[in-house]
Structure formats: structure tokens, C-alpha cells
Design a protein around this ligand. Structure first.
Ligand code: ADP
Ligand code: ASP
Ligand code: MG
Length: 418
């Protein structure tokens, strides 16, 4: 007998029929002999709808009140799932973020979980009750409601799993595992049996939204066993305990599991970046610090950076990317600093996309980047910027070419399935 945390995403919770099916999956998991806690998302589309209400009320909304509004979607689904479980004869109750409580810092709209009080949860689960917990929400030290950033229910689930020392955290979604790339973009994408924490962390951070990045780093830190699997299944589907989905594993576990891995594990695309070019920045020590210092102070994350030295070595062009959502803010910060930085002109381009290839195999093999550059060049796709890490290569391209580029690279690295 084990202890399992199950998480169901928005599509899985979208309406009465879907929630009834989820209740069936949860009941079967309990009947397999486990203590069960469930973390749920709002119905799909609901959080977007609530965010829009806030924007309509005031484009420069107070994030603390935004959190009060957007956290409500998960309150609805947690209560509904408890009702559906009761209708199936299970003992079940909801535990809202403030009731447990789930303590977070006070960074509204992107709060971080600090602690989860697991005492009441453990007692309830031990008594055979199914605990249903709304994802995405928490409470600050001075009792204000917070939310964890979009996709944050994944992180809630992993945090609950760590708090109750669960044997496994099953993330149920609308695909049956983690694929070599988004299966909705590339039909030939293949499901992975396992992927390492590090690879999943890179994939999530470069745009694979199947798991929120923070949930993966938390799972890695707390050693939570995570499985990604589908909720779109019937009663005859293999049980979650047989691990039908994708397991996130450590490097050591992977070595024993999968000897025939490809060099590249996955490809991800991210259209949520924008490019900024500052021309004729004086070429002297400290010049780039005057650009990136003020951006950092405004909490704007800069991703890719290129600096080209001008022919006379008196000035340089600096190109970099920021999240699209922060582009306007970045522009106004840089305009304010123009005299201090000393650049001549600023141009921006929101129509770019970042494509990344990820794989731990890169550590021991050369040539991954050159395969990428050649495959893109052969299709006439121009590369505007490049960045690399130990297990990742990313390039910036025109947003219109993103789907073509993902397909071309998927083939170039031999990832296409039948
Ligand atoms: P949920 O509502 O369950 O949290 P999300 O929409 O956040 O689900 O994440 C699931 C989606 O992630 C899938 O529908 C799929 O389109 C997308 N996705 C992106 N990259 C991948 C990948 N490499 N493997 C599987 N799914 C992916
Ligand atoms: N409902 C929230 C969102 O849409 C959290 C989640 O689904 O994970 O971002
Ligand atoms: Mg999600």
C-alpha cells in the first residue's frame, strides 16, 4: 500500500462529464489500496476568463486582488470533484489553500510555496478520506491569497507530494506522456518512457508546457517520483501503478532503463519571447552592465544575448530577448536609460520564436549544434541568435517558421516515429 498524489489539469476537469470520469480514476486508485490526495486545476479556459475580468477592471491591476479572483477557478473544481467522489460512494473532502494552509511568499501572481502543513491531510488520508486540494493557490504570512503563476497546479501537486512523502505524484493531462516534441504540432512525435529531471527542467523552461518549470525543479530537489499520463482513458486502461505514462527519473535510473536513447531527447518551441536590438552602444568596460542592470532591477529576465563589435571598435550592437509580456516594460526602461547607456537606436521585434533541442547525450557527443544549423540552413531558415547549455542548444528564428523548424529538426535528429 502506498500514498499517491494525483493531479488533473484543466482539460481533464472541463465540465460535469469529465469530472465524473476523473472521480472514477481516483476511486480506482484508492481501490488499488492506496492513500490518495488529488490536486485539481480550474476548468480549461476558466483562468483565462478570470484574468480577462481583472484586465477589464484595470489594466494595471493590483496583483493581490488579481490572485483573489483567479484562485477561485480551482475552488470550484475541488468542491465539484469532492461531490462526484461522494456520489461514487467515496469519503472525500476539499482542502482549500488557506485551510491547509499552503504558505507562500508574497510575490502575488507568481508566488513560491514555502511550506505545506501536512498534519490534517495525513490524518484525513489515513482515515480513508480522499483529500481534494485546489492547485495554483496559497496564502501569505499575513493571510492574503496568492497564486503560483500559470500552470502552477503542477507545482502544487509536487509540493503536496513532497509534504506527505508520497510514493508517486501522477500528473494526469490530455496527452499520455512526455513526447519528443509537442504531439499536437508534430504527428510523428514519440512518447518517451522516461526523461531525466534535468532534461525535463530544460524542456519545460524552453517552452514545453506539459509541466510547469517550477514543478520539475521542486521534484528534483525533493526527490519526488513524477509520472505524466493521460486522464482520457477508460476502465480497461492499464493501471497507473504499471507506469503507462512517462516517468521523470534521475540520471542514474535512466542509465539502467534506456540503453538505446537518441542523442536528442526532445525539441521545444517558445513563441513568448521578443527581440531587442540596441545599435551603436559605446564599446567600453561596463557598457553592457548599464543595459542589463536596470532590466534586472525591474524583474525582467533577459534570455539570449549577442554582442557584435563594430568595425572601428568604438561601438557595438547588442541584441537580446525578453519575455514578450515584458517587452513594453523593457522598452520604457531602456528609453529612460538611453543617455546613460549611450546607444543610438533601439529596435524591437515581437515576431520571433526560440527553438531548443535538449538531451543529456549532448554531454558526451559533439556535432549536435552543427546538425541543427545545417538542417535549418537547408530549409532556408535564418538563425538570429544562439545560446547553449550543457544539455541544450537554442536558436532564435522568425515566428512564422517555428512549426516547420520543429518538424525539420525532429527528422534531422532521427526522432520521427512511424
Ligand atoms: P493541463 O491542463 O493538464 O495542465 P497543459 O495544456 O498545461 O495541460 O499541458 C499539456 C499540453 O502540453 C499537451 O496538450 C501538449 O500540447 C503540450 N506539450 C508541449 N510539449 C509537449 C511534449 N514534449 N510532450 C507532451 N505534451 C507537450
Ligand atoms: N488554472 C491555472 C492556469 O490555468 C493553473 C493550472 O491549471 O495549472 O494557469
Ligand atoms: Mg498545465
Amino acid at each position: 500500500m502506498g500514498r499517491i498524489v494525483m493531479k488533473f489539469g484543466g482539460t481533464s476537469m472541463a465540465g460535469t462529464e469529465r469530472i465524473r470520469r476523473v472521480a472514477g480514476i481516483v476511486k480506482r486508485q484508492q481501490e488499488a489500496g492506496h492513500e490518495v490526495a488529488v490536486v485539481v486545476s480550474a476548468m480549461s479556459g476558466e483562468t483565462d476568463r478570470l484574468v480577462n475580468f481583472c484586465r477589464e477592471a484595470n489594466p494595471l491591476y493590483d496583483p493581490a486582488e488579481y490572485d483573489v479572483v483567479v484562485a477561485s477557478g480551482e475552488q470550484v473544481t475541488s468542491g465539484l470533484l469532492a461531490l462526484h467522489l461522494q456520489a461514487l460512494g467515496c469519503k472525500a473532502r476539499s482542502w482549500l489553500g488557506w485551510q491547509l494552509p499552503v504558505r507562500t511568499d508574497d510575490a502575488h501572481a507568481k508566488a513560491r510555496i514555502e511550506t505545506i502543513d501536512s498534519e490534517a491531510l495525513l490524518a484525513s488520508m489515513a482515515a480513508g478520506e480522499i483529500a481534494v486540494i485546489p492547485g495554483f493557490q496559497g496564502l501569505t504570512e499575513d493571510n492574503r491569497v496568492t497564486t503560483l503563476g500559470r500552470g502552477g497546479s503542477d507545482t502544487s501537486a509536487v509540493a503536496v507530494a513532497a509534504a506527505v512523502k508520497a510514493d508517486r505524484c501522477d500528473i494526469y493531462t490530455d496527452v499520455d506522456g512526455v513526447y519528443t516534441t509537442d504531439p499536437r504540432i508534430v504527428a510523428k512525435a514519440q512518447k518517451l518512457k522516461s526523461v531525466t529531471y534535468e532534461e525535463m527542467l530544460e524542456l519545460a523552461s524552453v517552452g514545453s508546457k506539459v509541466l510547469q518549470t517550477r514543478s520539475v525543479s521542486l521534484a528534483m530537489k525533493e526527490n519526488v517520483r513524477v509520472q505524466v499520463l493521460s486522464s482520457f482513458i477508460d476502465e480497461n486502461a492499464p493501471a497507473a501503478d504499471t507506469l503507462p505514462g512517462t516517468m521523470i527519473v534521475s540520471d542514474e535510473e535512466l542509465e539502467g532503463l534506456d540503453m538505446e536513447r537518441q542523442l536528442i531527447t526532445g525539441i521545444a518551441a517558445d513563441k513568448n519571447e521578443a527581440k531587442v536590438i540596441l545599435t551603436r552602444v559605446p564599446d567600453r568596460p561596463g557598457a553592457v552592465a548599464t543595459i542589463f542592470g536596470p532590466l534586472a532591477e525591474t524583474n525582467i529576465n533577459v534570455d539570449m544575448i549577442i554582442q557584435n563589435v563594430g568595425r572601428e571598435h568604438t561601438d557595438t550592437d547588442v541584441t537580446f530577448t525578453v519575455p514578450s509580456a515584458d517587452l513594453d516594460k523593457a522598452k520604457s526602461v531602456l528609453e529612460e536609460q538611453q543617455a546613460k547607456i549611450g546607444y543610438e537606436k533601439m529596435t524591437t521585434d515581437p515576431k520571433v520564436a526560440k527553438i531548443s533541442v535538449v538531451g543529456v547525450g549532448m554531454r558526451s557527443h559533439a556535432g549536435v549544434a552543427s546538425t541543427m544549423f545545417k538542417a535549418l540552413a537547408d530549409r532556408g531558415i535564418n538563425i538570429q541568435a544562439i545560446s547553449t547549455s550543457e544539455i541544450k542548444v537554442s536558436v532564435l528564428i522568425d515566428a512564422d517558421e517555428v512549426e516547420l523548424a520543429v518538424r525539420v529538426l525532429h527528422t534531422a535528429y532521427g526522432l520521427d516515429g512511424a
